[in-house]
Structures are given as C-alpha cells and as structure tokens.
Ligand binder design. Structure first.
Ligand code: ATP
Ligand code: GLN
Length: 778
C-alpha cells in the first residue's frame, strides 16, 4: 500500500495527519494496523473505535499477535469499548500465551475485561462520596487544592474497576468543590513545605529521545528506593513471558516453574562490570538500578565480574569495583565471576555443536566487520568436523585468529552468526593457563544470567540488538531464559566516562590517576567529596527510561549540595588571607568561642574556635576603593566578624613599600550589640593552621569533548588549563582533627573534603563544590 493511501486510512481511524505520518514510521504498529484494517472489514471506525484499534496496535506484543483478529472483532462490536478493557484483554491473552497453541477461553476473556458491565453515574457518585469521607477528608481540608486527587481516583477505580475514568474524575472534582468551595489565592500558588524556602530551579538533564524499553521517568522520585518501588514496572519473577519480545518455547512453562522453585520467586539481578577499569558515574546508574531494584523488591543482586577478556583485567580493578559498590551502600548477595562457569560454558558449546547449532569458522576478524559481512562458508560443515576442530582449538593446536566457534542463530536480516569462542594464548587472572579459548560476551552473558537464575537482566540500550541472540541461546540449550530489559546510558557533559579514554588521560599525564578529582570515576568523586547518598539520589532523579541522558555536571553538583547542606559541619577558613590587627582587642588574652556546627540547627553539635588580637580575613573582603553596593570592609565601612560578636573598622592601612599591595589592616572593634548594624558579616581566623586547598574546575572546555565537530583536534586537545589550582589557606585549629574524606562547609566559600594525600602535619582539602551553582567558576 502506498504511503499516502495508508495515511488516509490511518486518518479514517481518527488520527491527525501528523500522527498518521508519525505512525507510518513505526513498522511494527503500521503492520498491526494494516492487519487490523483488513480484519475490521468495512466496520465504522470514526466513532472512537478506530482509536481503540490504534491503541491495541501499539500495545500488541509479538507473543499475542495471532489474536489480533479477535481483538479487532471485540473492539468493533463495542465489547471492548475503552482503553482499560483493551489493556485487560491484551494482558489476559498474554497470560494464555504462556502455553503455546492455547485456545482462548472467550468467557474468561469477557469476564476479565468486564464486557457488558455497566457502572452508573449514581454508583460513581456514591463511591466517590464514601471514599472521600472515609479516607481523604482531613487531608483535603488541610492541603486543599494541593492535595493530589489521583489517589482518590485510584481508590475509586479499585472498587469500580470498569467505571469510566473521566466520569470518576468529574465526580471527584464536584465533591472536592462541595467540600472546599472555590479556589483561594493561596490555592493557586505552588505548594511550599512549611519550613522550606522555594528552591531555585535545578539544572535539567538533556534527554536524547530514543525508542524506550524500560519506562520509568523519575517523575519526582528523590531516592532510588522510591523510584524502584513506585515508578518502575518490570515483570514479576516467573512471568518472563509477559515481557516484550520474550520467546516462549514448549519448555518455557516448565523452566519457569523450576526457576521459581529454586528462587522462591525472589527478584535476582546482577551488576556485571568488566574488570578492566574503575567504575564511573554511568556505572553508578547501573549499580543503583540493579541493586536498587532488587533491594526495593526484597530480592538479591550479584556482583558478577564479567572477566572474559583476560588481557585487560587487573587485580586492582577487581578490588576497586567491589569497594565502589560498597561505598554506594550496596552489599552484593554473592560475588561471582563469569570465569567460574568456563567449564560449564565449554560443555554447553559441545552440546550446541552436537545439535548442529554451532560450528567452527575460519573467517578472519576483518571479514566479519563492515556493513554486510558475508555469511560463513563453514556454516554447514559436518558436526563431527566442528567437534574435532573445537577440540583442537581448546588444546591450543590452532593459531590465534585462525578459528572461532560461531552460533548458528536464526537471526534477523542482515545479522551475522555471533562468535561464541575465540582463541587467545593469554593466561587468565583466575583460571591461569587452563584455557586458550575464551567465550565472548554474546555467548557468556545470557548463560551466566541463566545459571544465576537472574530474573531481570538489566543493561544499557546498546545491548538491545543482542537480545535476540540472548534468548536464542538459552532456548537452544533448553535452559531457563531470563528477561533482558534495557535502559539508557548516562553520559556527563564536559567529561569522559569511557574507561579506555580515561586510561588515555592517565597515560598522557593529563590527570594523575583514576581517582583524580577532575574525573567522573566513582573513586574520583569520592575523593573530591561527593557523598555516595548524593550520587544515588542523582541517579534516582535520572529515572529508568530507555533514553540516553546527557547531564551537565551542575545537576550532580546540585544533588551534592542538597546532601552536604545538612551533613557537612561548618568551619571558618580563608583561602587568600589578609592580616588584620585589632588595636583595642576587648579581651586580656585569646578567647575560645563555642560555635555551632550547623547554625540553623544548633543542637546538632558545636566546636570551639580561637579569637585573638590578630585575625585573618579574606583579601576579597576588603576593598580600598569600593564600588557602589559593596557591603564588606572598606576604609569607611565596617564589617561584622561571624560568631565573634565584633564589628571592626579600619584605622590604618599598611602597604608593602615595594609593591604597594595592602599587607595589613589596623582596626578597632566594637561589640556587635553596641555598634551600628554592619551591612555584612565575614569569616575570619585567628592563630590559624595552614591547609593545602585544591580547587577544581571542569577538565574539558567543550560540552562534548569527543565530538569531532565541537573539538576537531580530539579530546586530548580540549583540556582546560584552569582545571586545577592550589592555594595555601588559613583555617581554624578546629580542623586539625579532620580525617580523610571528612566533609565541611567552609563558611561563605563552599564544601570541602579531606584528601587522602593528607598526612599528620599536612592537611590537604579538595573543593567539592561551591555554595552556589556558579561559585568558583571564573
Ligand atoms: N554510562 C553508563 N550508563 C549506565 N550504565 C552503564 C554505563 N556504562 C556502563 N554501564 C553498565 O554497567 C554495567 C557494567 O559495565 P561494564 O563495566 O562492563 O561497561 P562498559 O560498557 O565496558 O563501560 P565503559 O565502556 O563505559 O567503560 C553494564 O551493565 C553496562 O551496561
Ligand atoms: N549486559 C550487560 O549489562 C553488559 C555487561 C558487560 N560487562 C559489558 O560489556 O558492558
């Protein structure tokens, strides 16, 4: 059928022209609609029926595609007369589909979909009134129109399953109006929590839309637990057949039963990093999704080292990966290695060859690359020959690159048989020289998932194209087949996260190591002072959609500030000290002042600071020639000293005779109670200790350092010269006790964390983030 013709037909279903054109781009929906139009014959479709057919066509899964004519008939006969009934029918058919060739029990279908059930307006009104009275009245009176009436809607529909949603919503609105009367001005303002000031708008993530698989935008979820409990809707354990594209065989029902018996129906997930580098912020998302989903559903999550590329693996990466998972607050149910299963994987490879489903191939790696690689000429070689050659491969009789084992997958057009084994004469971190054939990702991953009874194999979108071989392989071996769900990768603007590229930054000595605080590896973020909780919350804000997300570091930094604001005690520090001597110091000797750690919440603790005649203030807090609106210290303007109860004014300015630079101020002080209220209070220190403070800025100048259009010279040419600077700061002695990774707010400056380079008499701090989004940026 020509495109224009189809567009007209789609419009006849009730779509706009634009929608019809968009729909045409989706091959699957278009195919379903063509079949549906044929099945509908000449039935009237303009009365809403057409759009229900469209709804069905978008939701129909391959497992239930055979039932399309039945669904169309029910829609055309107005038996399925709203989306809710259509959805119920689809769900019902999906369940039937678990056993192949199942006949549809039409009576059960109609019952399940409430065919013919009529809910009257009176029933709706009565139920709404009763629900509000029983459960919502108080909250409504308190929160008025800020109350989320969706809860009532859900509750009413829980009881009146087949009531029309719009009618229920209308009835709820009427009842609420009766109770509260018209909206007041306060009702029209956005809600604020009693104690909370309205926050500045947070930086937003940029989302590249893509076909989506796992579908849960964060939708306001602030923690991973909330996201996973309320927004993510994956299949339930044992109901694998309900997932999109899952392949059901004659063994599926039995295998799922056995799987449930082994797992007790618990969610099993796994986080499967390759131990070839340090984890980065993108992995934090993967960790949170895998461990978070399991934790939220009382399940378990494995940490599985995907160690099938022996040449890239190093001991230090194994340790650091575990450490980072634990740092984010997760405890693996078990730590496993893909290599634990090398023997079993090998035995299964022999089974596949014997079944005629795998063969030894001699095509070269180059021949397999490119757009349309030639099919293997060895595909049909005799089983005996492949068995013998595979044995030779295993015994090291064949050279590297001269043979592979390939799976004879019946794949989609244009795809080639995936490689299962390749020869590598390299010893393996765990299995030593036991093997010289190593299994590939495509061969290993699904089988290890199956062995660990994984219920949800959660991975990033680029693995979507490998899903068909994943299912094929489990089914070819007749073993339990987990469900693969994909979500979008998380990328950070102005940064690189790929392990290979970070390794390059290290070898080029642009950064010091994997934990250089300018990187977005997890060890770097920990070193810079980012709390694990903030990283997890940030991941929760990202949601679990299939869209690839690119975020500005500012968004992560905002999450960091939210946590540090309430957890990092305050201290007084000056980064660029200027000496000030108080001539009329009001005390006979230096005094100790008790200062709260969190001024807004003094019961959270306090510390002592020293006040002496000589203090140091920030150079920038004194101006010889102040501009209009300047509020701090100047020759004719006094300033308050935080926590000291003093206001100082300048009597004399001492300059370096050679440079003319101001080196000291001689001041007089007044008690804050007696003095005229100063326009500002500044931080200061007395009898200070010195700190090395490292200040960081973005490592790359461009948003996408890897994009040749933005950075033609490649990412190595995009390094910002200001990405690190070091100052010697003066701090109150109270910081003497600080331990590595302790975090503080240096008043008026930002959040800082103790660097591991710290030694007994040399304290090193990293600036984690400034107090405000742009603080610290030149
Ligand atoms: N940027 C990312 N966002 C979300 N998940 C990711 C990201 N990078 C990796 N993952 C996921 O983390 C898990 C472990 O990944 P692994 O270390 O094997 O990844 P990788 O793709 O080799 O990483 P990279 O190439 O970025 O160094 C996988 O499930 C992978 O899909
Ligand atoms: N399925 C997955 O999660 C992929 C994991 C695998 N270690 C990788 O190459 O990234």
């Amino acid at each position: 059928m020509a495109g224009d013709d189809l567009i007209a037909k789609f419009q006849a279903l009730g779509m706009s022209e634009q929608k019809a054109k968009e729909t045409l781009k989706n091959a699957n929906v278009t195919k379903n609609l063509q079949l549906a139009l044929a099945a509908a014959g000449g039935a009237t479709l303009s009365d809403g029926t057409g759009m229900l057919i469209y709804h069905m066509a978008t939701k129909l899964k391959p497992q239930t595609a055979d039932h399309l004519p039945l669904l169309v008939r029910y829609i055309v006969e107005h038996k399925l007369d709203n989306t809710q009934r259509v959805d119920a029918a689809l769900e019902f058919l999906l369940k039937c589909g678990q056993s192949l060739n199942a006949n549809v029990d039409v009576q059960a279908l109609e019952k399940e979909c409430g065919v013919g059930v009529v809910v009257t307006p009176e029933q709706i009104e009565r139920t709404v009134q009763a629900k509000i009275k029983a459960s919502y009245k108080e909250a409504l009176l308190e929160q008025r129109y800020h109350f989320n009436s969706f809860k009532i809607l859900q509750d009413v529909r829980g009881e009146l399953k087949w009531a029309d949603a719009k009618s229920v919503k209308a009835a709820i609105d009427v009842e609420i109006f009766d109770l509260l009367g018209p909206k007041t001005e306060a009702d029209l303002k956005p809600p604020t929590k009693a104690s909370e000031k309205p926050k500045a708008a947070k930086p937003k993530a940029e989302v590249t839309p893509a076909a989506q698989t796992a579908e849960a935008a964060s939708d306001g979820a602030t923690t991973i637990s909330e996201l996973m409990k309320t927004k993510v809707h994956f299949h339930a354990p044992g109901e694998n057949f309900k997932a999109d594209g899952y392949v059901v065989t004659e063994h599926t029902e039995r295998l799922l039963k056995e799987h449930l018996a082994r797992t007790g129906g618990k969610v099993h997930t796994r986080f499967p990093p390759e131990p070839n580098g340090i984890l980065h912020i993108g992995h934090a998302k993967a960790i949170n999704i895998n461990f978070g989903y399991a934790a939220a559903h009382d399940g378990v999550c494995y940490l599985r080292y995907d160690d099938t590329n022996p040449e890239k693996e190093e001991e230090k990466f194994f340790l650091a990966i575990k450490e980072m998972v634990e740092w984010l607050g997760y405890k693996p149910f078990k730590i496993t290695y893909s290599s634990d299963n090398f023997q079993q994987l090998y035995e299964w490879a022999v089974v596949l060859i014997n079944k005629g489903l795998a063969y030894v191939c001699h095509q070269k790696a180059e021949e397999l690359k490119g757009f349309n690689p030639k099919p293997s000429p060895w595909r049909e070689r005799p089983i005996e020959e492949s068995l013998r050659l595979f044995e030779d491969m295993k015994r090291g009789k064949i050279d590297e690159g001269a043979a592979t084992l390939r799976m004879k997958v019946t794949l989609e057009e244009g795809k080639m048989d995936p490689v299962a084994y390749r020869i590598k004469f390299i010893s393996h971190h765990r299995t030593g020289s036991d093997w010289c054939i190593y299994p590939t990702y495509d061969y290993t991953h699904c089988l290890c998932d199956s062995l660990e009874d994984i219920t949800h194999s959660l991975c990033t979108k680029e693995f979507q194209s490998r899903r068909s071989s994943y299912y094929w392989l489990c089914n070819a071996l007749g073993i339990y087949c987990p469900v693969q769900w994909e979500y979008g990768r998380l990328n950070m603007n102005y940064a690189l996260v790929s392990k290979r590229k970070i390794a390059k930054l290290i070898t080029e000595q642009i950064v010091h190591d994997w934990d250089d605080p300018r990187l977005f590896t997890l060890t770097a973020l920990r070193r810079r002072g980012f709390p694990a909780e903030a990283i997890n919350n940030f991941c929760a804000q990202m949601g679990v959609t299939g869209a690839q997300i690119a975020v500005d570091p500012a968004m992560l930094e905002a999450a960091v500030r939210d946590v540090l604001n309430v957890t990092a005690p305050r201290r007084l520090v000056v980064l660029e000290p200027l000496k000030a001597t108080i001539k009329n110091f009001p005390h006979a000797a230096p005094v100790q002042l008790e200062v709260p750690d969190f001024p807004q919440n003094p019961q959270q603790g306090s510390h002592k600071i020293t006040l002496d005649k000589v203090i140091y203030i920030e150079q920038g807090d004194f101006k010889l020639e102040p501009e209009k609106g300047y509020r701090r210290l100047a020759p004719k303007q006094s300033v308050g000293l935080r926590h000291a109860g003093l206001v100082i004014s300048v009597d004399e300015i001492v300059k370096d005779p050679a440079t003319g630079e101001v080196v000291e101020l001689i001041c007089t002080s007044q008690s804050a109670e007696q003095a005229e209220k100063p326009k500002a209070f500044v931080q200061w220190v007395s009898q200070p200790i010195q700190l090395e403070v490292r200040l960081y800025e973005q490592l790359f100048k461009h948003k996408n350092p890897e994009d040749p259009n933005e950075v033609p010279g490649g990412f190595l040419s995009d390094i910002s010269e200001q990405s690190i600077s070091v100052v010697v700061a003066f701090a109150d002695r109270a910081l003497n006790q600080a331990k590595v990774y302790d975090k503080f707010q240096f008043e008026r400056i930002g959040f800082f964390s103790v660097d591991p380079d710290t030694s007994a008499n040399h304290l090193v701090f990293n600036r984690t983030v400034g107090l405000k989004e742009d603080a610290g940026k030149k």
